[in-house]
Write a protein that binds this ligand. Sequence first.
Ligand code: GLC
Length: 745
Amino acid sequence: MNRNLIYPTLVFFLFLCSVSTFAQKTDPAISQKVDQLLKQMTIEEKVGQLNQYTGKALTGPASEKKNDLQTEIVNGWVGSMLNVKGVKNTREVQAMALKSRLKIPLLFGLDVIHGYEVTFPIPLAEAASWDLGAIKQAAHVAAEEAAASGIHWTFAPMVDIARDPRWGRIMEGAGEDPYLGSLIARARVKGFQGEKLGGTDAVMACAKHFAAYGAAIAGRDYAAVEMSDHELWQTYLPPFKAAAEAGVATFMNSFNTLNGIPATGNSYLQRDILKNKWNYNGFIVSDWNSIGEMSIWGYANDLKDAAEKAIIAGSDMDMEGSAYRKHLVQLVKEGKVAVALIDDAVKRILYKKFELGLFDDPYKFSDEKREQKVIKNPKNRTIARAMARKSIVLLKNDADLLPLAKTAQTIAVIGPLAKAKRDMAGSWIVNADTVSTVSLYEGLSAAVGKNQKLLFAGAGTALSSTDAEIAEAVATARQADVVVLALGETWDMSGESKSRADIHLPGDQVKLFEAIQKTGKPIIVTLMAGRPMIFNEIADKAAAILYTWWLGSEAGNAISDVIFGNYNPSAKLPVTFPRAMGQIPIYYGQTNTGRPYTNQKNKLYLSVYIDEENTPRYAFGYGLSYTKFSYSDLKLSKSEITDADSVVLSFKLTNTGKYAGEEVAQLYLRDEVASIVRPLKELKDFAKVLLKPGESKLISFVINKEKLSFYNKDLKWITEPGVFQVMLGSSSDQILLQSKFTLTR
Ligand code: GLC
């Protein structure tokens, strides 16, 4: 045998051996069509399917880039385009692909992260709703609008666990917890894809960024990730596994290295775990030139070496890297890459094109009439407003200042974000018409009663307020009965490549707050941001605080609904808010320590800071309501079980206040002793319950083997006998009922 062929044959043999004997269910009829088409393809056409370009130039004025792209597409060198949107543009570009020899249609991908035309709250805000149905519906509306605009594929949901608020992309995910993150990943995949791909109201979803991107060192985007395999499996992989089990059509790998190996060249991640252990048969797209960047990391000698490493490691499609386009054919000719690896990648991609129905009708998603009908459907704004309301977290409400009584005659709306529109959409907007985004000021204006008056002072920008601007704001506040102060981040202070070394409120905003505070007027602070921020002065002194994130098209109406009591806030934080930068990373699910601090007087030789508390400013799962809830009558069906059994936990939840409201009751467990130290508490279930004033409901949770299992030091998913603490609460730091049971084996 030709010596050059030994290595790739060996790689391919190992690949075949490791491929599990059973894959996720596929349709044999489609597989047959894929095989028949594959047989007709040249190696150049095969490599073409693995190649994805951004298509902005295609829909712009004549240019060399535009010509080059057209030539590439017509010659069958392109399998997918991103950033081509709208029926007109996608029809034009698809027509180019249909001029190629085999007429294989293109996939059109786009970052429909939180809405297409109507912008929904950023994903982290939606996660704060803990409302899986609403989250799924939001994704479905985004898919409907995108699919009506020629889009086949969204690069969402981002399911990266994030425990470092310095990382700007924390805004794109579902926060810090694997359990909540897994349920939300599943809801978003189902929302985007529906129950079966191929409908023109659904798009392929994409679980990203595989994997552990949220653990970038120092919270700095694109940085290396170093973590134990145990932490990877226990904390960072679960939402990806949930997405795969939910049938997510594609994965996207990530820019980071994992323990020294770039994700896009990491066969442990892409082949061993995803394609083999999890039997995944969708395809993996690289992140933007993440293949090419392997030579910058120092993991590949050049683009050709990167292409070889990436295809062997299981990266199926090359986004904007041209690594495959330029080098794969030659690598096959040199015997460095087995054709079978190329064929496997091509088949995965072609399978999705057949599944979407693109071979039957390449223009299926590019229908002018449907685009007109679906886009700007008023129902979508109604759904967006409901989602936005559910995402608002009430952090503080001294003396029940909120909801604002109609007797508050004059309301001063102050601050750099009071009339902001673009900022309400956050980053990753696609087609949003931010002109029609409802600002806070507009929302309040639309809602105030006829005997109420709004005053306004912008007070400069998010980054600076002059003395004169602050003085004007103070003078405006003095004329009012109450102040609504809109502070936070502008849309470009969180998101990709927007890590911050200091997450305090930006600019002069605290100074502005303190100046207004001196007037003695009650202040309702609305904090708009893509991440947790540090705002201790406001937390201590403001009368009321609403964390409103970036709420999208209906931001102002949703915040107004909450301020005037048309909606009773029900959201809970999906991520921990630190008191100080030095506490980061800070998250609720930490293990104990051999020297725990439990409010002892003498802090010496305990796991504490000498200059700050251990506790967060606001804990995971925290959020207030205009009403109050009581938890009582906790009962366990058994005090001892084997892992073949389950324990049914029940308790009574009562609305003891005067407003109807929803409570997110949270169940945490602690495995007291195990062969690997386990967290002090882990979220294992929750229920979001609507109760009228005085109403009670009996709530029950089933604790089964799945909820008692963990990865041991050998990465086996097991249970171990022992005592489990049961904790029920309204937040991870407000445990209201406790009990225990024993797992006997
Ligand atoms: C970006 C992001 C990724 C996105 C892709 C396409 O760099 O990392 O999340 O889907 O490129 O825009």
